[in-house]
Design a protein around this ligand. Sequence first.
Ligand code: ATP
Ligand code: MG
Ligand code: FE
Length: 349
Amino acid sequence: TLVLGIETSCDETAAALVRRYPDGRGEIVSNIVRSQIDEHRAFGGVVPELAARAHVVHLDAIVSRALGGAETELSKVDVIAATAGPGLIGGVLVGLTTGKALAAATGKPLVAVNHLEGHALTARLTDGVQFPYLMLLVSGGHSQIVLVKGVGDYERWGSTIDDALGEAFDKAAKLLGLGYPGGPEVEKAAQQGDAKRFNLPRPLLREKRLDFSFSGLKTALRLAAESVAPVTDTDIADLCASFQAAVTDIVAVRSRQALERFAAAYPDAAPTYVVAGGVAANRAIGGALREIAAQTGAHLVVPPAALCTDNGAMIAWAGAERFALGLTDGFDVAARPRWPLEELRWGAA
Ligand code: ATP
Ligand code: MG
Ligand code: FE
């Protein structure tokens, strides 16, 4: 089955072709992403209206590049998949409407994909991971630990009660006068820094529930910066290192708790821990997760960075997995700004 996937829920305009074989293996045929980072840089964050307009301008060309440039290639596609949410509603509407139009024009089935399910199932495309497994999703818009039991079958074990982790990195960078997006900037500055110099809080860490909170950390970082003002490059490096150490601790502790809970729930399953989202690129966090995985005997799966951040291949693949189960959508399917994974449940449950 050859699936065209369209992704426009945030600041990446993306389209991809993915093939799924009857044995469940997948293969990426093409994967075209146009990031809007340059459009949003001046604002230090994604501006929804600008994002939607950029999707309108660029999506047609991105889809046609994913198809190999030739309009006729569309006839070889079996299924059209498009993100239907959650995300910035203007952008989601652009991609979903384009997907509906292509499906209507060609008579091919449409699959409306939940963006988070796209992230969740990517490890099955890249590494053939089997259900059940745990996913840590840490991106600009989400921070969640999710039990992935099957296609459309998810349990959220924890999520952020305020900022997402990527958002926290972006805000930290902004506060310290570093560039956008903030994650890579903070990581770079932290390399020269002393992580022990500032003792930043680890919110919620003593609690048993697997939730995250990052906004208090941002305030603590601001106060720490003010305490040494005017800040030098050394101060910035130390602040970044201290911040990165704090969030790494938080993610590490939560991951260990989640893996212990998984082991208790599925004593016979070999635990697999899948990491997704742009923050997965962070080497300090990656190193801590490798350590936890080694200690708990879990199999850590981190798909390549290009498939951890938003892309069309993950949407095409999720579309392929749903189509294989007979799950398609009508043209009346709505774009949804909010769409938690738990609401995807279908069938006998
Ligand atoms: P979502 O996928 O939730 O809709 P998004 O598109 O903003 O949101 P991604 O594209 O997956 O998310 O990731 C972008 C985020 O990842 C940004 O917040 C960015 O700062 C962060 N990020 C990227 N690289 C790193 C890094 N090396 N360290 C920490 N954070 C990083
Ligand atoms: Mg993005
Ligand atoms: Fe995403």
